[in-house]
Design a protein around this ligand. Sequence first.
Ligand code: NAD
Length: 259
Amino acid sequence: MKNRNALVTGSTSGIGLATARELANRGCHVMLNGFGDAAEIDRLCAEIAARSGTKVIHSGADLSRPEQIPAMLAQAVEAFGPLDIVVNNAGTQHVSPVQNFPDEKWDLLLAVNLSAAFHIIKAVVPGMMERGWGRIVNTSSVLGMVGAPHKPAYVASKHGLIGLTKSIAIEVAEHGVTCNAVCPGTVLTAIIEKQIAQQAVATGLREDQVMKEVFLREIPTKKMIPPEHLAATIAFLCSEEAGSITGAAIAVDGGYTAH
Ligand code: NAD
């Protein structure tokens, strides 16, 4: 994977950041994307670049706004050249019973979790096919495979992402380009920490009780998944050796979807 050019969306924290680190460690030049404190993001880029010896840059494009995507992609091409690897990982969540679910949250979640991946794939696929090599990985969720209450937009967007993955995979298969989804279970990142706090307020339980009784109850391993396990799976899917895996939705979920 030396000198491959990669974009990882939603990579200023959590799974995306672990993935950006892993791809850089394997020799890729990496564009990070996502929100956060500018000085902290600069520090992260410098730290990853120093460790990997590759180029590491950041785009603050807001993926809920499709008009910001072309400039992000152009910035990557200008910095390293055409993109070989795209990890559509940015995601956001909103939890509410459907009757109270705000319309604007539905639109936001569909835009960030699903439509941004479509716009990015549409833009990068022609070049990947022309060059005869490309790797696209979409971060779906176990909630792209099964349902859950109070998360209509999240579940719909993550199921949609698996459908998008299969459609693209078949379309580009003969051109050396693969497209896969990873489906994390419960990974301890900011998005989950926020939900634990929200559920503690909603249920009156302590946060450690919410973690044990709500988040880990249905997980056979009874363990939160480290972001690095997702990063390693995604990096493998981006490798040469994963060239025959395409259109797959790979659960990294401690056995959750095995019941
Ligand atoms: P996180 O909150 O740590 O990271 C989310 C990233 O997305 C951040 O970098 C954030 O800045 C970025 N982001 C959010 N909105 C954005 C926007 N409009 N434009 C650009 N960037 C934006 O969360 P995470 O857990 O690392 O989540 C990464 C992905 O994994 C998400 O797609 C999430 O749905 C998925 N996922 C996470 C879990 C889990 O348990 N943590 C489980 C299943 C799926």
